[in-house]
Design a protein around this ligand. Structure first.
Ligand code: PSU
Ligand code: MN
Length: 315
């Protein structure tokens, strides 16, 4: 083991030893995506939802430079409450480790670390993507390029309409990232059920998703991720008029305040949460919990039956 080995939480070590299903969870939604104090409560609810659906949660993050797969509750509390927690994309991991940083991992970083740890399923809210005006700013999330070389399933509600959804889907195609809708052929738009674009594939059961993982692994022909878009039921989406109004205002404030780079996503998310009187937060939480539940069921379906019973076959 090197000086910078990944550290595993005890619950994840036990799950790996017993071959139980594990679901990776990101920490940037806790530190930068959701407002305090709700963020801590939600982080705990996500973990509990994974457990309730038959898998072990592994929230990933960095404390004191140590990369941890399976943060303990007190460590999650630390990332949720501390000021100055870094937003770590995949390129930042080694820099954070070397400088003993506290940091939360994005979809890109979480996917890369989870795959390195042999975890096959990851639940989040929304993916990063191509920003509006990326033709001049070149602002495209490293989530996309990382997923092109990372064998994992990301259960998400698509991308937020704060991004250029069409361009994001085009880039996912170019990068060789598989995209499917769960129970739908429309790509979800996070707060809203329908993101405005079709996808080529529809998967309807956790078993079908597990079979997709198995086929990719067995073929050995391509290491890209599968992005599984899990839309909110129409009745549960954010009111579309409120959504459109809040988005337009957020984009205007963005350019007014000259916000750019990695601050853009947190800025827009916080604008949504502060200007919809908690409505967007409520919808956001529902999205994440639904994705966590589905990811747990996929992880269970992807785990051999003898292992999910908690014991191993004799060698
Ligand atoms: N989209 C959301 N909520 C989030 C994020 C994205 O709906 O919290 C976070 C994720 O961690 C994602 C990151 O990986 O923002 C993307 O940031 P950027 O656009 O700077 O790559
Ligand atoms: Mn960016």
């Amino acid at each position: 083991m090197g000086r910078f080995a990944i550290r595993y939480g005890d619950h994840v070590t036990r799950a790996r030893r017993d071959g139980r299903p594990v679901v990776a969870l990101e920490s940037t939604i806790i530190s930068h995506g959701l407002p305090r104090p709700d963020n801590l409560r939600v982080a705990r609810e996500i973990e509990q939802t994974v457990r309730d659906n038959g898998a072990v949660p592994a929230t990933i993050g960095m404390l004191g430079g140590e990369l941890i797969v399976g943060l303990e509750d007190a460590q999650i509390e630390q990332l949720a409450g501390a000021d100055g927690v870094a937003k770590l994309s995949v390129r930042d991991l080694a820099l954070g480790a070397a400088t003993r940083a506290d940091g939360a991992t994005t979809v890109a970083a979480t996917s890369a670390v989870a795959a390195a740890a042999g975890i096959k399923v990851f639940a989040t809210g929304g993916l990063g993507g191509v920003h509006r005006e990326a033709n001049t700013t070149f602002d495209e999330s490293a989530d996309l390029t990382t997923l092109s070389r990372t064998p994992i399933v990301v259960v998400c509600a698509g991308v937020k309409s704060i991004l250029d959804v069409g361009a994001t889907l085009e880039r996912l195609e170019t990068l060789g990232v598989a995209v499917a809708g769960y129970g739908t052929r429309r790509f979800p738009g996070f707060f809203v059920t329908d993101g405005g674009f079709d996808v080529d594939w529809q998967l309807d059961t956790p078993e079908q998703v597990a079979a997709t993982i198995a086929a990719r692994d067995d073929h050995g022909a391509g290491a890209g991720a599968l992005v599984l878009g899990n839309p909110l039921p129409v009745g549960e989406q954010l009111d579309t008029e409120l959504h459109d109004r809040t988005l337009a205002e957020g984009l205007r404030l963005l350019s007014q305040h000259g916000v750019s780079g990695k601050a853009v996503t947190p800025f827009l998310l916080s604008h949504f949460h502060s200007s919809t009187e908690g409505k967007s937060l409520e919808v956001n939480v529902r999205i994440i919990l639904r994705n966590a539940a589905l990811a747990a069921r996929i992880a269970a379906a992807a785990t051999p039956a003898h292992a999910s019973l908690g014991f191993s076959l004799p060698q």
